[in-house]
Design a binder for this molecule. Structure first.
Ligand code: ATP
Length: 973
């Protein structure tokens, strides 16, 4: 028993070993609720002697149930764990209905209508009975009503006289009839029918000794009822939950269930866990401040068990494109600068809305950073996967009209829309499923009003033959292989690869890969399905339905598909670490060392369509509290679509500013040490950290300084008069004041140099001047310039350059040109330091060997000629997990989003980074002197702006500006 309690604190132990019949463990995020629940299951089995088949454990997601199984396997061994009745509410209900549903008239071969099926049914009804309600709204309303336990009778009885109410009642009725004709149960039915079953036949659960429920705050009314029924025999219930994490109100979850439970079971014991074992204090403090904005919530403090750590970051970025680009650069920076302490698998990007992933996926893919999607568009919803699954669904359950309609003419077999409509009409008139009707028509037992054309008849004949063949073969397949073999059979019969080639010329290969993936999944799920875990124990006096091997395995496989909210490769099979992209909803209960929450603006979070602002706040709270060590939120100032400035989310008001930084942390020894401590990892050695800096490309920076901290576009002007950088004519100070932020530069005192790093001024101090270069520079090549534009020679001949010493900074490679300093643009334009130089940072190699002439490649513009091609080539890639790096190297994927949007926009750093590096050097005085020092290297200032007064003093903005092309123009307009 001691081993079971090891690693638990005193309160957790008390919860695990509690003798209470009804126990509520209420606790904030990261306090070990799931850990406690798992240990309690183990305790009840091992110590109290409960039989695993008599213990039900409900989790909220399939992923959570998998994780719990794994933890339990470690605690009590595979034998016991395998017999537990463990799963989501829906999957547990499905098990009861397959086994005992016949008692209430549900045949055990019922299918599950997923939300797409439900929507399809309603859309078809709309065509038939012409109602005005939007189909999606109708589906949601039906689901809400069912989630409150209302059935058709209740709806019909309570229907008012208004047209709307009458219409809804009619839709509800027709929808229920359509499900019944197809022998389908939708998600809500699974719960409702199980309630009906257990009310009528409570003996089905007479064996249940204990019921345990995770994430109880998100249960709805029907689930509350189920809890009472499932536990009716012994009334032994343990739930864990956190009212602050209730985020499923839109699915009719009742946060009130926690109180209702206490009222229903008067002896309920409540144990509160307080310590948070997940997050740094810095993260928790912010999360606490956010959740406390809800004044109705009882006050409770989160107690961190970790060090303070790094302040969370609220990063302002110009727009969503640059948000994605910034995110990628920050990911690279943190993984490199922490010397291996953080890797891609440690990072999650949590989104309020799935669509937000698009630009981020593209940017990650372009950078060759592997990622996986969770909870966005499901793998099983992809067209090519869906088609094959629909064939399997029809083979398994031919009365499923929805599935049959989806494949009746896919791939095309000359069964046109008119024919389908006629078949539908006739099947409804005859009150039989479409499958039965089609067979009767082919056998000429039924004649249609509109006669079938010969090709349509032939096409339907082929379809029926294929389905029958599948059904026959299914009986001969080994159960373990049934789903996989069937997928192969169907794909071959349909010449599916050729079909994809023809239908999806652009990306058929990706789609075919998905088919291969489906085969792998089928194999995997099949093996899981065959374990004892789906079997309910025999209960005295209640007959179980008999189900056949391969047919049941296929049905379980399809049910798992329908009930899954996500599909991922097993962790073990993951070849390389990947970033996780997930919706916040799907991230519930999970944790990562680093969390990014993009798009924290009004309309995104809280979402513009959200009815309950408190729930949106809780959503942000859930996202924040997934982070262990580092938390980043990004705020794109402009929305490229609307062109209007966004408003920062109301959940981050000015009084939490002190909890936030506006740029990513400097990864110095202390920061990395803190991260390692929080993650309970060993900190990387000094050597590794020192090496980390050298692993950066030159377009990257040791600091989060490539983008200005205030969210203005890259590339500040330097206003010599004010000694401050300016953005679009606004000073950084005014921006900082207006936006309550400090610029990176203003924060320079927070920076310290990581061991082994070199700084710009150090660099300059150890490298002897190279007179020859200066001479070269002064030669006539520099003379060419556009009107109105100074060049390096003319500019500095008035006194500046003479005092300048040059180090051996590599010569910039000019875009599309030769290695020459005369890079005068063809047209007059705002003058700027060529972008290549702006990104310059001396490398450690230089520091260690001053004599070395470093020839590192300079940033070059994206090859714009390829961009169009790359953009169109494989548009599909953004839906899936990231492709492999080789694919990028082949040029098969789109270029960076930024480059796509603005093909002429180069990628580079501002000189800010260089300035920050030089801050610790003696003699460092001001931004101006800093930048002059920086520019005193062989800066090709041919495009540098500024006029000199007679005495040589600079008068106006000294440009380190680059062309901002389209975006700047749009913004100015
Ligand atoms: N007593 C403990 N000592 C050390 N670590 C613990 C302890 N209890 C829990 N943890 C760790 O804290 C983290 C959070 O635990 P768990 O996921 O169980 O929390 P939770 O309360 O369910 O969180 P959430 O509500 O956010 O889902 C896990 O990494 C877990 O291993």
């Amino acid at each position: 028993m001691e081993s079971m309690l090891r690693g638990l604190n005193a309160t957790q132990r008390a919860a695990v070993t509690s003798k209470a019949s009804v126990l509520q463990v209420l606790a904030p995020p990261g306090s070990g609720k799931t850990k406690t629940l798992t240990s309690r299951v183990a305790y009840l089995l091992a110590h109290e002697g409960y039989r695993p088949q008599n213990v039900i454990c409900c989790t909220f997601t399939i992923k959570a149930s998998r994780e719990m199984r794994e933890r339990l396997r470690g605690l009590v061994g595979g034998d016991l764990e395998g017999k537990l009745v463990l799963g989501t509410f829906h999957s547990i209900c499905r098990r009861y209905l397959v086994t005992y549903g016949h008692l209430i008239g549900i045949p055990n071969n019922f299918g599950i209508a997923d939300s797409d099926d439900s929507l399809g049914i309603i859309k078809r009804l709309q065509k038939k009975i012409k109602f005005g309600m939007e189909p999606r709204a109708a589906r949601n309303k039906i689901s809400h009503r069912k989630a409150r336990g209302q059935r058709l009778d209740d709806i019909l009885k309570s229907t008012g006289k208004s047209m709307e109410a009458q219409e809804f009642a009619m839709i509800f009725q027709e929808y229920e009839t359509a499900l019944a004709t197809s022998n389908l149960l939708d998600y809500d039915d699974l719960l409702l029918k199980c309630v009906e079953l257990l009310r009528k036949y409570p003996q089905c659960v007479s064996n249940i000794e204990a019921l345990l429920i995770d994430e109880f705050q998100d249960t709805n009314n029907v689930q509350f009822g189920l809890m009472k029924l499932l536990a009716s025999a012994k009334r032994r219930i343990t739930i864990v939950g956190d009212p602050d994490q209730s985020i499923y109100g839109f699915r009719s979850a009742e946060i009130e269930n926690l109180n209702r439970m206490q009222a229903y079971y008067p002896g309920t014991v409540v144990i509160n866990l307080e310590e948070n074992y997940r997050s740094s204090s810095a993260v928790l403090n912010l999360a606490q401040d956010v959740i406390e904005q809800d004044e109705e919530r009882p006050s409770k403090r989160l107690k961190s068990t970790h060090c303070h750590g790094t302040l969370p970051v609220l990063r302002r970025v110009p727009n969503p494109h640059e948000e994605a680009a910034w995110l990628v650069s920050e990911v690279k920076r943190m993984t490199r600068m922490t010397g291996g302490c953080l890797e891609y698998a440690d990072i999650a990007i949590l989104l309020r809305s799935a669509f937000l992933s698009l630009l981020i996926e593209k940017a990650l893919a372009n950078a060759g950073i592997p990622y996986k999607m969770v909870g966005g568009r499901r793998f099983f919803d992809r067209v090519e996967v869906r088609i094959l699954l629909d064939y399997l669904r029809v083979i398994s359950h031919p009365d499923n009209n929805s599935a049959l309609l989806s494949i009746i003419n896919t791939p095309t077999r000359k069964v046109g829309d008119g024919t389908v409509a006629e078949l539908n009409r006739a099947s409804e008139a005859a009150k039989v499923s479409l499958w039965i009707l089609v067979q009767k028509v082919l056998k000429r037992e039924v004649s249609l009003e509109k006669k079938l054309s010969k090709p349509a008849e032939q096409g339907l004949g082929e379809l029926v033959a294929l389905i029958r063949k599948g059904q026959d073969k299914l009986k001969t397949f080994e159960p373990t292989q049934a789903p996989g073999k069937l997928i192969e059979l169907v794909a071959n019969a349909l010449h599916f690869q050729d079909y994809l080639k023809k239908q999806y010329k652009e990306d058929w290969e990706d789609r075919w890969e998905n088919v291969q993936e489906l085969l792998l999944q089928a194999k995997d799920v099949t093996l899981q399905s065959l374990t004892a875990q789906d079997q309910l124990p025999e209960v005295d006096g209640v007959k179980q339905a008999q189900v056949e091997g391969s047919q049941e395995v296929l049905a379980r496989f399809l049910a798992n598909v329908a009930l899954s909210t996500e599909v991922e490769a097993d962790d073990e099979s993951e070849v390389k670490p990947r970033i996780t992209i997930s919706t916040i909803h799907s991230a519930k209960g999970l944790e990562w060392p680093v969390v990014f929450v993009p798009a924290v603006y009004e309309g995104s979070i809280p979402h513009s369509r959200a009815e309950d602002t408190s729930e949106e706040r809780r959503l942000l709270y859930v996202a924040m509290t997934r982070a262990k060590a580092l938390l980043y939120m990004t705020f794109p100032i402009m929305q490229s679509r609307s062109e209007s400035e966004s408003i920062l989310t109301q959940f981050l008001p000015s009084n939490v500013d002190h909890r936030l930084k506006d740029v990513g942390p400097v990864f110095n020894d202390q920061t990395v040490q803190d991260i390692a401590t929080i993650l309970q990892r060993s900190a990387p050695s000094q050597e590794l950290l020192a090496h980390a800096a050298t692993s950066l490309d030159e377009s990257e920076s040791q600091f989060d300084d490539i983008w200005p901290a205030d969210g203005s576009p890259k590339g500040p002007f330097l206003n010599i008069e004010t000694d401050m950088p300016t953005y679009y004519g606004r000073s950084a100070q005014s921006l900082a004041g207006a936006m309550r932020v400090n610029t990176t530069f203003q924060q320079r005192s927070n920076f310290s140099t990581v061991a082994g790093f070199t700084t710009a001024s150090h660099q300059m101090s150890i490298i002897p001047p190279q007179k020859e270069r200066v001479d070269q520079l002064a030669k006539p090549k520099l003379a060419k310039s556009s009107s109105g534009q100074g060049n390096l020679a003319t500019f500095f001949s008035k006194g500046t350059l003479r005092e300048v010493q040059i180090d051996n900074v590599p010569l910039p490679r000019l875009v599309g040109g030769s290695q020459t300093w005369s890079s005068a643009p063809a047209k007059p334009q705002p003058l700027s330091i060529p972008v290549e130089l702006a990104s310059h940072k001396p490398g450690a190699a230089l520091a260690s060997n001053p004599a070395t002439t470093v020839k590192r490649p300079r940033p070059v513009l994206a090859e714009t000629s390829n961009i169009e091609h790359r953009r169109t080539k494989r548009p599909y890639t953004c839906f899936s997990s990231s492709p492999t790096k080789e694919e990028f190297d082949n040029g098969a994927l789109p270029q960076a989003t930024v480059a796509e949007e603005e093909p002429h926009r180069p990628k580079y750093n501002t000189t800010m980074s260089t300035l920050q590096q030089s801050k610790s050097e003696p003699g460092y005085s001001s931004f101006k002197s800093g930048i002059l020092n920086t520019m005193s290297r062989p800066t090709p200032l041919s495009s540098m702006s500024g006029t000199l007064s007679a005495n040589g003093a600079m008068k106006k903005t000294l440009g380190v500006r680059r062309s901002l092309n389209g975006w700047a123009d749009r913004k100015n307009k």
